[in-house]
Ligand binder design. Structure first.
Ligand SMILES: Cc1ncc(COP(=O)(O)O)c(C=O)c1O
Length: 365
């Protein structure tokens, strides 16, 4: 059996450090925010090449607060993609704004900058690219268009810890960047977690208030806020894990290279690392027109796999009120029908990658 993710193997590789970090939180009893969260925020901001990081209780909360801090609300439109996890779109709706979809580039699966300008209206306030699978969207043209039209850029970097665009880290290029620390992410908490990163001191101040009931100081509520605080335990755990993230990322990248070689001319299309990118392979997705058969063949050999994501958001019943229909975004829809995610994590062995690749070759897809 080859699992799709193996969080236990990762825990055992850093057990001593994690156990003592948890022990320290129990002794200090700083269960909500506190010193460890503050220290993690400093470390994570530096890692992202940003001035500030604000820890919150999920990636969804990070997106919601980034939108609110940017002043986005009812009557506004935010341009994003349908080829994403549903949270991107849900957060825009939480803010009161309307999500407006555009199609993705068929190679990177990220926002196609060439489609942005046609979607801009008087109501457009922001562009929200999603750095899908661990590879950043083509940021230069996105930033250029945003500047020309006076729009904000909020990066959904939930899958892109350590990903780079021409040497610059995810989340630090736009006005705000949003991360998730869901356990299976490249940097995962042992529970829920998220962060907003920004270089803007006003956004930093506003998000710090909004995550903690809008209070500047205890009981001085200057904004209508939320209970979106990061837990002390998660801050302490993330701080330990952040020290290992670069070596885990390099392992993922080496695994991707091995898969790419082993799957060359196998009938499935391997992922593209764009010339501008450092891809961190949160997801290693191959593509095939015969996905159901390939899934069956892998499952028969005990090789777990996944689909990220089988339905683009514009075709989900929950969002039918946005008024989109089949064929509106052909690249997103075709990708949703053809992508298949293979196991990828630092602890995966070369032999396991060979086994997965052999199973794909032998499936004669
Ligand atoms: C692209 C994307 N955006 C947002 C989120 C939301 O993050 P969370 O699950 O931490 O709320 C996720 C992950 O789950 C994601 O993959």
């Amino acid at each position: 059996m080859i699992p799709f993710v193996d969080l236990k193997a990762q825990y055992h590789s850093i057990k001593g450090e994690i156990d003592s970090a948890i022990q320290n939180i129990l002794e200090s009893s700083q269960f909500i925010l506190g010193k460890e969260v503050a220290a993690f925020e400093d470390d994570f901001a530096a890692y992202c090449q940003a001035r500030y990081a604000i820890g919150v209780n999920s990636g969804t909360s990070a997106l919601h607060l980034a939108l609110l801090a940017a002043g986005i609300g009812p009557g506004d439109e935010v341009i994003t993609v349908s080829m994403t996890f549903v949270a991107t779109v849900a957060a825009i709706i939480y803010s009161g704004a309307k999500p407006v979809f555009i199609d993705v580039d068929p190679l990177s699966y990220c926002m196609d900058p060439g489609k942005i300008e046609a979607a801009i209206t008087k109501q457009t306030k922001a562009i929200m690219p999603v750095h899908l699978y661990g590879q950043m969207a083509d940021m230069d043209p996105i930033l250029e268009i945003a500047k020309r039209h006076n729009l904000l850029v909020i990066e959904d970097a939930a899958q892109a810890h350590g990903a780079e665009y021409k040497g610059r880290r995810a989340g630090s290029l736009g006005d705000l960047g949003c991360y998730s620390f869901y356990p299976g992410k490249n940097l995962g908490a042992y529970g829920e977690g998220g962060a907003v990163v920004t270089n803007n001191p006003e956004y930093n101040r506003t998000i710090r208030m909004l995550r903690d009931w809008g209070a500047e100081n205890k009981y001085q509520h200057v904004l209508k806020g939320y209970n979106y605080r990061m837990e002390g335990m998660q801050g302490a755990i993330l701080r330990v894990k952040l020290r290992h993230l670069e070596s885990w990322t390099e392992a993922r990248r080496a695994h991707a290279r091995q898969y790419n070689q082993a799957l060359a001319n196998s009938g499935v299309k391997t992922p593209e690392e764009m010339p501008y990118a450092r891809h961190v392979y949160h997801v290693y997705a191959v593509r095939t027109g015969r996905r159901a058969e390939l899934q069956q063949a892998l499952q028969a050999q005990g090789i777990q796999n996944g689909i990220h994501y089988p339905f683009p958001v514009h075709l989900m019943p929950a969002y039918s009120d946005l008024g989109y229909k089949q064929s509106d975004f052909p690249h997103s829809e075709q990708a949703a029908n053809e992508v298949l995610s293979l196991p990828i994590y630092a602890e995966l062995t070369k032999d396991q990658i060979q086994d997965v690749s052999r199973a794909i070759r032998e499936s004669a897809i």
